[in-house]
Design a protein around this ligand. Sequence first.
Ligand code: BG6
Ligand code: MG
Length: 218
Amino acid sequence: MNIQAVLFDLDGVITDTAEHHFIAWKQMAESIGITIDREFNESLKGISRMESLERILVHGGVQDKYTDEDKARLAQEKNDHYVSLLSDLTPDHTYPGIRELLLYLQERNIPAIVASASKNAPKILNSLDLTELFKVIVNPEGIPGKPSPDIFLSGAAAVGADPAACVGIEDAQAGIEAIKAAGMYAIGIGDANLLKQSGADVVYPSTKEMFESPIWKS
Ligand code: BG6
Ligand code: MG
């Protein structure tokens, strides 16, 4: 495959912030009497902040109990907690092989793109000192969320790449579905059963194995 662009999810692919999201949602949910576990959390991965909140309220059977104002406050509380958990993020928190892959792509003039639902993406990339290695950080504002393909298509369009010649990397089921709906090659990071079900072309247990894969040389 002659790769024209590589599109990276952020949380759970570039660094461990998927775990920070889980911790912050769990605490917010508990504050209103809802318990969430890791299995349920899989259905939040890749999903926008407000949609995640809606899913948690439905999960707790209280979707009609809160006004839009209440929801905005709950989402703000979660985000404040989440951002406080990011305060000690340093370049050392970048997952293994990610910086190496970005440098490898840069040497070959293959654009790297961030296709994340997170509004905190620019801040996290700065903390990891990775911003300059990405050609584009897609702004998720106003773009239909994953599993819609839009965020991946928008990233490819920004660098003039043919989606069929793009590779997307995701840890979320919704994200893999979005990559496949965009017509791209999908690399999953994490649970092979889960991500293969969503259509991943290949799944690696972690970014370390992904970087060492012959896929980049073919
Ligand atoms: C995605 C995460 O990358 O970003 C989701 O997988 C998160 O868990 C979403 O809800 C939105 O992030 P943020 O930082 O804008 O609340
Ligand atoms: Mg993710």
